[in-house]
Design a protein around this ligand. Structure first.
Ligand SMILES: [Zn+2]
Length: 307
């Protein structure tokens, strides 16, 4: 069989760029395309169409069997519509993304939340069917695949771990509650606690912070450890709720790689030091970081479209 006979396209639509992949029947990436995301409802549709056209060209014009896409924001699965994707300039009425793209592309299109497609991608790449994907991006959110099934929840709010309040005296969160995990354990919180202009030398704030801490800067060590303890709180809460075999750290901050896993593992071990119960769960051993060289969300989106 020609591998392109079962080729599917997956799109990861982000605030600044849209990444598209063409995957074969086994989920292997055959082709990748990246384009700047045009903001606004029409811009998002045009960008998605452009990326699909580029990927189709790589198959000598043969149309893929399906297109799946992941997008930040609230997704109505029934209608394939999106709302509250504020960073994409989509903040008014529901945008019927699926209907508009199916009309333009002539193939079935599936639309899902970006954290959920990344979770599906992490499952496909790891082969582990009981997994929580913790996305540490600008915010903090988790995707849950339990016994092989994606758990969305009754209203799609499953995994909104970033808005679990943990500190009654903490900062007011964007969601209106006080002391949410996201106010401590997110890229935004980290950038506020360790402001640094991104540059070629030190990289984004997370890289700059972890480098300063590794170099022995005491203030950086404190900020890093507070952040890591917040991520560990999220991991602990998720594990005590659904007890997954594996927790995969993803999102922009996960580009830190091994130093992030080490900091969070240290925090988990410190939390377990006074609790034989918690220690017996060995949460630190369940932490992984998403492979840095794999477009996990786009792969998950392609698999979603095929399903
Ligand atoms: Zn909140």
């Amino acid at each position: 069989m020609n591998p392109l006979d079962a080729a599917a396209i997956g799109l990861d639509i982000g605030a600044t760029k849209t990444l598209g992949v063409l995957v074969d029947a086994e989920g292997r990436v055959l082709e990748q395309v990246r384009e700047a995301t045009e903001p606004g409802p029409d811009g998002v549709v045009r960008t998605a169409e452009l990326v699909v056209q580029h990927l189709s060209a790589a198959t000598d014009g043969a149309l893929p069997t399906s297109v799946g896409l992941g997008i930040p924001g609230l997704v109505d699965l029934e209608r394939g519509a999106v709302k509250h994707a504020v960073n994409l300039g989509v903040d008014g009425d529901w945008v019927p993304l699926r209907a508009e793209l199916e009309a333009r592309l002539g193939v079935p299109v599936a639309v899902e939340n970006d954290v959920n497609v990344a979770t599906l991608g992490a499952v496909a790449l790891s082969g582990i069917r009981d997994l929580v994907y913790l996305s540490i991006g600008t915010g903090l959110a988790a995707g849950l695949v339990l016994d092989g099934t994606l758990r969305r929840g009754a209203t799609g709010a499953a995994g909104e771990i970033g808005h679990v309040p943990v500190d009654p005296l903490g900062a007011v969160c964007q969601c209106g509650q006080r002391g949410c995990l996201e106010t401590v354990a997110s890229g935004r919180a980290l950038a506020e606690a360790w402001p640094s202009a991104p540059d070629a030398q030190s990289g984004p704030p997370a890289q700059a912070l972890f480098a300063a801490a590794a170099a022995g800067d005491q203030r950086a060590v404190e900020v890093r450890d507070r952040f890591a303890a917040g991520v560990a709180d999220a991991v602990r809460t998720l594990c005590l709720t659904v007890d997954p075999a594996t927790i995969v750290l993803g999102g922009g901050v996960s580009h830190l790689g091994a130093p992030l896993v080490a900091a969070v593992s240290d925090a988990l071990r410190a939390q377990a030091a006074s609790s034989p119960f918690l220690a017996s769960l060995d949460l630190a051993a369940r932490i992984r970081v998403v492979p840095d060289d794999q477009p996990v969300a786009a792969i998950g989106a392609a698999l979603l479209g095929r399903a």
